[in-house]
Design a protein around this ligand. Structure first.
Ligand code: GLA
Length: 387
């Protein structure tokens, strides 16, 4: 990732913060990108398919052996906050570090990676350009950056999938979110100018080139509903219950004709979303491969409708953004992206039209919702690496 503009600035900031906080220079530094999912929402934990890109917003973790060997110190340059903890003993989430707090993402990875024990306590700085808490995987980028920094420190790779899985375990135990593998795997395995078609059952992936004549634009609704956490786990439970009633180990093998009154209304809607979203994701990858952007746009619209009506994870503000974008010249498709209940919308836009589309959609969002949104174009970049 080294040498790329979007990494350089964050790296410089992390290194300056390191010198200020701890004196001296960081020995290791690694960067890991955030992600935006193009399509395949709430399918990763159902052993289905997803189609995300790693984006040119990154978290950098810079570190050196701890000056005081008896304690690991962590500093967040974005939050200007500090946390310390002795990592030579077992760190308990919820006891030694509050679950879901910013340091839990860092300590969770240290705790899940045995190699961290060999290195001992560390002084760590994290700095990020991924907007925090907006559904662009700011947390996965912290985790993958820390894990990649550990690989650099030890001089050996854990393997991309193994690294992503350790970060996922850290997120489950320390952040308290029963997430799938998509975010960490995308941050670790991203490929410049490509999306990744990830099969979340076999945990294998292949790069799918982005059509040349389109730009990817992200609209941040700037809302985050507090119910997000609990509702995510509830959807996951409903999917697991549906799969088990259908006699399947996951909804991956479910088909529309299997859905009947064995399922509650909620289970049926969730299963129907997962079945149709998997089909849309494979169709979207095929459409991208043949450069058929108009089919991609139709699939985006259907995905949003399914997330809104069947899976019920959209919200008023996301619907407004999607509706505003849909009516705009130059917009090929738009849908909510990530977990939902706020966060971001992703749009595929004809190249050259991005600036106009961003202005017009934000202005329409402002007048309809009374809120200020945010918009930026993103590029697909390579996954994590030492910087
Ligand atoms: C969150 C989770 C992912 C995935 C998405 C929904 O981003 O972290 O694992 O489940 O929601 O697609």
């Amino acid at each position: 990732m080294m040498g790329q503009d979007h990494v350089g600035r964050v790296r410089e900031r992390a290194l300056r913060a390191f010198a200020r906080e701890y004196g001296g220079e960081a020995t290791w530094a690694a960067a890991a990108p955030g992600r935006v999912n193009l399509i395949g929402e709430h399918t990763d934990y159902n052993a289905g398919w997803v189609l995300p890109i790693a984006i040119d917003r990154v978290c950098v973790a810079a570190a050196a052996p701890a000056a005081d060997r008896s304690v690991t110190r962590v500093y967040s340059d974005d939050l200007r906050q500090r946390f310390s903890c002795d990592m030579r003993r077992d760190v308990r989430p919820g006891v030694d570090v509050p679950i879901g707090s910013w340091p839990s993402y860092v300590l969770g990875v240290l705790a899940e990676c045995e190699i961290a024990r060999q290195i001992g306590n560390l002084d760590i700085v994290i700095a990020s350009s991924v907007p925090l808490g907006s559904g662009l995987s700011s947390s996965a980028s912290v985790e993958v950056a820390v894990a990649t920094m550990l690989e650099q420190a030890i001089g050996a790779s854990m393997g991309v999938l193994e690294k992503a899985m350790r970060c996922q375990r850290a997120e489950h135990a320390f952040a308290g979110v029963p997430c799938g593998i998509m975010d960490m795997l995308t941050s670790a395995a991203g490929r410049a100018d490509h999306a990744l078609l990830i099969d979340c059952e076999s945990c294998t992936w292949r790069p799918v080139p982005l059509p040349k004549d389109v730009a990817i634009v992200v609209f941040n609704s700037n809302v985050r509903h507090s119910l997000a956490g609990g509702e995510y786990a509830r959807r996951r439970d409903a999917c697991e219950a549906a799969a088990s009633k259908l006699g399947l180990s996951s909804l991956r093998a479910a088909r529309g004709e299997m859905l009947d009154d064995r399922l509650t209304d909620e289970e049926l809607r969730c299963a129907r979303h997962v079945i149709t979203e998997n089909q849309r994701t494979l169709a979207a990858a095929a459409a991208m491969e043949r450069g058929d952007v108009s089919t991609l746009g139709t699939l985006f619209a259907a995905s949003h409708a399914s997330l809104r009506d069947d899976y019920r994870v959209s919200c008023r503000e996301l619907d407004m953004l999607v509706e505003s974008a849909a009516g705009e010249e130059g917009v090929i498709g738009a849908r909510m992206t990530g977990g939902g209940f706020g966060g971001c919308v992703v749009a595929v836009v004809a190249r050259g039209m991005e600036v106009r589309v961003m202005e017009r959609v934000l202005s329409s969002y402002r007048s309809r919702s009374g809120r200020e949104g945010m918009a930026f174009a993103v590029r697909a970049v390579d996954g994590a690496g030492a910087v």
